[in-house]
Structure formats: structure tokens, C-alpha cells
Design a protein around this ligand. Structure first.
Ligand SMILES: Nc1ncnc2c1ncn2[C@@H]1O[C@H](COP(=O)(O)OP(=O)(O)OP(=O)(O)O)[C@@H](O)[C@H]1O
Ligand SMILES: [Mg+2]
Length: 345
């Protein structure tokens, strides 16, 4: 009886540890990269121009998390530097990008229509100058940014014209970011910070720590972590963390107090079933992993994903999953309007 998990019990000690926006309590194996980022900020503490950088690494190697950690830490050290981390898969056009920067520097967004981009620049630069503040902008997933050359060039040129101090960081995958033209590169001249893929030992350590913070004791064994690590090596760490969570959900669904080998098998089979239907897209896997048989309202599902994707890419992914026959969408009408309930098939 002791091994039965009652319906009101859970194996998750801290479920938020498995959220996308979660900043890990323990962030190891990236000491060199965190230091290199801090070195790019350092000149700004002495009133000099910060160093631009290019943060490059395969998916789920900790780039976004590192930027967030370094920005958070540096923000505590100086009130003279404004840090602006932008997810370009959401703010992908110039106006929405500069609106975000405007908001960070001036405390409010510019009017969304009829306000020329030039005035937005002007406001940002004048405010930086009058407040004697330095701005560091991280363009995360920069590949999604329309007119990346223009953005970087105009920002850095504007600093020369207005005599302000701005640092630009771009973040992306190794094969993405070489589309910068000569003119932009010459003004940008970034330091490069590389994020290599994690080794199996590193993956095991990270998964163990995640389990320690997120799960009750003895929910997951060394052997299961090892199996998950082997699959993570073939894909990436985000997949590994999702698989770990899925294994625990499988165990919970069977009212077990610990993950057994067959929970790993069924969790993994779900991912492979998806692979079998030629879905290797990680974001599709993440969506499928959030679905339950009772169904989830589309808006609520997007709430859980909005840190990871824009509404338009969410909408496209849902449509794709529907066409592949991996989900069902039921339309419901109520006095508050139309809602869509999404379920796995
Ligand atoms: N060293 C680490 N320790 C603990 N967790 C980590 C580490 N590196 C990455 N993670 C976790 O892996 C996941 C992916 O990390 P992150 O989003 O920072 O990667 P990324 O390199 O920005 O990926 P992408 O290229 O897809 O944007 C997150 O859940 C993060 O918490
Ligand atoms: Mg990222």
C-alpha cells in the first residue's frame, strides 16, 4: 500500500522547475561563458562602451539562460546600465523591437501607429544621453529578426551620432548568424562566445540536479537518468528535460511512487510515435507534451508557451499538428465567444 500514490498526491515537489521560463537553481558547466559575457559588460561599469558579442551554440546549450543570469546579476551591480533581453521570435519586426527598447529605456511603449521609427530612435538615444545610461541589448534568436543588418547598423551608428553607449549581443545557432554584411560587421565587430554541446556526464549532472529540485526523493533512479541521458545525447537537453518530466507523469498516471523502466518506455514511445509521423520538431513535441486527454483550451495552452513562441508560430504549429493527425481540435461556442479545445490523438 505504501507504494501507491493517491489521487491527491504528486511526485513533483516543485513543478515550476519544469517550466520553460525557469532559471535553474544550479547552472553548471557554463562558468567560462558566463565570465566571457561579464567581461563584455565590464567596460560599461567604468563608463566605457560595452563590448558587442555573438553568442553561438546548438539548441538547448544554455545560451538564453546564460544571458538572463548575467543580465540579472549585472543589473544588481549597477543602476547605470539598462539591460534589454529581446526574444526576436516574438518581436521580429523593427518597430516591435524598438518599442520594447523604448519601453525599457523610457518606461513606456511609443504609440503603436503613426509614430515614425526615427522618433522612436530619437527618444531612446536622447534619454540615454540625458540620463547618462548605457544600454546593452541581447537579440535572442536573432535569426527571426527582419532586417538584422539594418537594426545592428542603425543602433551602433546612432550611438556615434548621439554619442551614447550601446552594446549589441546577438544569440543564435552556429549556422545562422553569418548573414551579416561587411558594413554591419565592421561597426559591430563582436567577440564570439561559443556554447558547445553538453557531454553525457554533464547531461547526467544537469538532469540529476533538475530532479533534485523538482521531484520528491527517490522518484527517479540513476538507471532511468542514464537512459534519459542517452536519448538526450542524440537530441538536446530541452528534449531530455521534457522526457524526464514525461516519465514522471507516466508514473503518476499509474499511481506509482517512483519511475519504473516501463514508464520510461511508454514516455519515450510517445515521443517516438511522434517521430514516426515525421515530427522531429522540438516545439511540436513540447506542445504535445502539454496536452491531456481532458483537453486544454487553446488560449490556456498558448499562455504556457508564450515565452517560447509568438502567437502566429503557435497557431501554425497547432495547424500542422492537426493536419498530421496528432491532435484533435474541438470548437466550442459560449456567450464569451468561440473557444477551441485541443486534445492529443
Ligand atoms: N548548464 C545548465 N544547467 C541546467 N540547466 C540547463 C543548463 N543549460 C541549459 N539548461 C536548461 O536547458 C533548457 C534550454 O536552455 P536554453 O533555453 O538556455 O538554451 P538555448 O541555448 O537558448 O536554446 P535555443 O537555441 O533553442 O534557444 C532550459 O530548460 C535550461 O534551463
Ligand atoms: Mg534560446
Amino acid at each position: 500500500m505504501a507504494d501507491i500514490l493517491w489521487h491527491n498526491q504528486t511526485l513533483f515537489k516543485n513543478p515550476e522547475v519544469f517550466d520553460f521560463a525557469y532559471i535553474p537553481e544550479s547552472f553548471e558547466h557554463r562558468g567560462g561563458q558566463l565570465q566571457a559575457m561579464a567581461d563584455c559588460i565590464k567596460p560599461a561599469f567604468n563608463n566605457m562602451k560595452p563590448i558587442n558579442c555573438k553568442i553561438i551554440g546548438e539548441t538547448a546549450t544554455g545560451k538564453t539562460t546564460s544571458v538572463k543570469i548575467v543580465f540579472n546579476e549585472a543589473e544588481k551591480e549597477s543602476s547605470n546600465i539598462i539591460f534589454c533581453h529581446i526574444n526576436c521570435s516574438i518581436s521580429h519586426n523593427i518597430f516591435s523591437l524598438f518599442s520594447q527598447i523604448h519601453k525599457k529605456v523610457l518606461g513606456h511603449t511609443p504609440p503603436s501607429s503613426g509614430f515614425p521609427l526615427k522618433d522612436v530612435y530619437d527618444n531612446i538615444m536622447k534619454k540615454l544621453k540625458s540620463s547618462k545610461k548605457t544600454l546593452i541589448i541581447a537579440l535572442d534568436d536573432a535569426v527571426y529578426l527582419e532586417e538584422i543588418n539594418k537594426v545592428i547598423y542603425d543602433l551602433l551608428r546612432a550611438c556615434e551620432i548621439y554619442n551614447t553607449k550601446v552594446g549589441v549581443w546577438i544569440v543564435g545557432l552556429p549556422n545562422e548568424l553569418f548573414a551579416l554584411d561587411e558594413k554591419t560587421l565592421s561597426i559591430f565587430s563582436p567577440h564570439q562566445i561559443n556554447f558547445p554541446k553538453y557531454t553525457k556526464e554533464e547531461i547526467i549532472n544537469i538532469l540529476k540536479k533538475r530532479a533534485d529540485y523538482g521531484l520528491y526523493q527517490n522518484v527517479i533512479s540513476k538507471q532511468i537518468i542514464d537512459k534519459i541521458a542517452n536519448e538526450t545525447l542524440k537530441k538536446d537537453l530541452r528534449f531530455g528535460i521534457e522526457l524526464l518530466k514525461s516519465c514522471v507523469i507516466e508514473a503518476e498516471n499509474k499511481s506509482e511512487k517512483a519511475v519504473e523502466s516501463d514508464d520510461f518506455d511508454s514516455a519515450f514511445k510517445k515521443f517516438s510515435k511522434i517521430d514516426g509521423k515525421e515530427t522531429k520538431d522540438e516545439k511540436e513535441l513540447i506542445i504535445l507534451n502539454l496536452l491531456t486527454q481532458e483537453g486544454i483550451i487553446s488560449g490556456e495552452l498558448f499562455e504556457k508557451l508564450k515565452d517560447k513562441m509568438s502567437y502566429s508560430s503557435y497557431y501554425r504549429l497547432i495547424d500542422k499538428l492537426n493536419k498530421k493527425g496528432l491532435i484533435s481540435i474541438e470548437e466550442k461556442f459560449s456567450n464569451t465567444g468561440r473557444t477551441r479545445v485541443i486534445r492529443p490523438i
